[in-house]
Design a protein around this ligand. Sequence first.
Ligand code: PGA
Length: 251
Amino acid sequence: MRRKLLLGNWKMNKTSAEAKEFALETKELVELASKNNIDIGVAPTYLSLAAVKENADKRMIVAAQNCHFNDHGAFTGEISIPMLQEFGIDWVLIGHSERRAYDNETNFKCHEKIKALLANKMVPVYCVGETLGEFEAGETKDVVSAQVKQGLEGFSAEEVKDIVIAYEPVWSIGTGKNASTEIAQDVCGFIRNILRELFGKVADEIRILYGGSVKPENIKAYLSCPDIDGGLVGGASLKKESYEGLLTNIL
Ligand code: PGA
């Protein structure tokens, strides 16, 4: 039985002080999630990771939004895995569409990062999804299949059993145009079949999230789909009231 997972992606929002406030005011929500066997977390900016880690309920998952695959070196502006580990961070978003679009994050680069995370027993949340042009051209499954296969190439079933995949159609991110539950389930089911092809029955343990304009009002419909185990939520995860709504609507 896969545990539900609600993960907020704060992107480039919230100062450290604002992140601390959120961490403190959501303590009971984490308690509530835990009582209901739901994993809950947020991905703050690098600079707010410590504030959330120190102030949130200990069961809150605190994820970084990116990392480098090298431990150290001449990579100006980058942050490495040991630096995250020093702050107790063991979850990292990989390949978010904004990073793919603005930072040239390729499937190959994602693969290198996932490899480094798995070697450190950390949890990658690997984001995949097609652009509007690809969607309109009917290429969704080709694109998603290449992202999943290239990103996860060569790993063993044992290594990937705790990873999380997030399917986020780029045209639905921050646009209010969310994918229908039929589309979301179809693609998430397709992803699970690829995982089954690659890793066998461990595919049934891997959590697949839907992301893209998820709100308190629509999250329940997504989570009632058989292959959707949770949500990766941007805008609606920023305010306590809305984050609370996301959780209470999936209890
Ligand atoms: P959104 O973002 O919920 O604001 O659409 C989702 C994401 O980018 O993860």
